[in-house]
Design a protein around this ligand. Structure first.
Ligand code: SF4
Ligand code: SF4
Length: 340
């Protein structure tokens, strides 16, 4: 795989600083039952990295100590971690809002019996990746048969009350483009999803649109196809200054499977640690943050950060344009940050 970091470090991305911390986004490990083309984690069935119980308990200690509002669980497929249900139960007992970034097919994997009921019972918000409402696009990006199994997962969630009118069980979907272009406007796309999935009796709360990050598997593919620079130009030309106030790294700390901390999941995958100058370590751990306050400190940025601020107004229609895909992106989608 091609390394993208050397192409990203020389940057003119603006300085951004932390606000008050509200959320811990925890990567429970890189193992996944899928191997999607766009995955910025390089997750897959062969990955061995998994968070151990000792680190899970450090997560809980941190949530308690800092009185954080939200625990955002990701992976790989976070549900494959042996301590997933323990962590959810304990976090909910602390009255912490829990988000599960779910790839939907995990709900019907062997060994995951009762997972849908468990999520509902603990009122876990489900953020589910579904890059299109058309089978060929989903299967092309995520693997043969993934679309059918994803719909099966959505129906199971709906049957538990997720996404239903009046229900407190939140089911949000995530769209990401199937190639090197920006997402279409969120509202228009959400209406299309509602119409098409509605034909199959599926309901959901909100649709978030995400831009593919020029890192890891997707970034490497861009390099292989000689599209990296064109894609970066697309992101930079679509940069919206107003989006800087809403990037997730301002209120979130990302934790890897060993407990090391980063400004976001993308920086985690690039190996760019959260800067903690007074700690005496160049690779801070969650325990190094227990008694420190990061508000006001600078965030580590590089060229990939333009993937978070690319917004409406792009007029790029060059080599990357597919003609049938609008080259614009919704400006209000900065809340979720990654698909699963
Ligand atoms: S994008 Fe999500 S479902 Fe696909 S391989 Fe990566 S972690 Fe797994
Ligand atoms: S890539 Fe990470 S550090 Fe950069 S703007 Fe996005 S969330 Fe912040």
């Amino acid at each position: 795989m091609h390394a993208t970091l050397p192409l990203l470090l020389d940057t003119d991305f603006p300085v951004i600083r932390r606000a008050a911390l509200t959320t811990l986004q925890v990567n429970l490990g890189y193992r996944c039952n899928q191997s999607c083309l766009h995955c910025h984690v390089n997750a897959g069935p062969g990955r061995k990295e998994q968070m151990q119980r000792e680190t899970v308990d450090e997560i809980l200690r941190f949530l308690r100590h800092k009185r954080l509002q939200t625990l955002d669980l990701t992976g790989g497929a976070p549900e494959l971690n042996a301590h997933f249900r323990y962590l959810v139960e304990q976090a909910r007992a602390l009255d912490v809002h829990v988000i599960d970034r779910c790839n939907l097919t995990i709900l019907t994997e062997p060994g995951q019996d009762g997972l849908t009921d468990f999520l509902a019972q603990h009122q876990v918000e489900v953020v589910a990746s579904l890059p299109c409402y058309l089978a060929e696009n989903v299967d092309g990006q995520r693997g043969d048969g993934v679309y059918a199994r994803s719909l099966q997962g959505l129906k199971a969630l709906n049957a538990c009350g997720y996404g239903q009118p009046g229900s407190r069980l939140v089911l949000n979907l995530v769209y990401n483009p199937t190639g090197p272009f920006l997402p279409p406007p969120q509202e228009q796309l959400a209406a299309d999803y509602r119409r098409e999935l509605g034909r199959q009796g599926i309901v959901f709360n909100n649709l978030h649109t995400l831009t593919n990050m020029p890192i890891a598997r997707f970034g490497s593919t861009l390099i292989s196809k000689n599209q990296f620079n064109t894609y970066m130009s697309l992101l930079k030309q679509a940069h919206l200054e107003a989006n800087l106030a809403h990037v997730m790294c301002r209120t979130l700390v990302s934790v890897d499977w060993q407990g090391y901390v980063y400004d976001c999941d993308f920086n985690q995958m690039l190996g760019l640690p959260l800067p903690l100058p007074l700690s005496g370590t160049s690779r801070p751990h969650l325990r190094d943050l227990l008694d420190s306050d990061q508000e006001g400190s600078a965030i580590t940025v590089a060229e990939h950060c333009y993937g978070c601020t690319a917004g409406q107004g792009s007029s790029c229609g060059g080599a990357l344009s597919r003609g049938d895909e609008p080259m614009v992106q919704d400006a209000d989608r900065q809340d979720s940050g990654r698909c699963c």
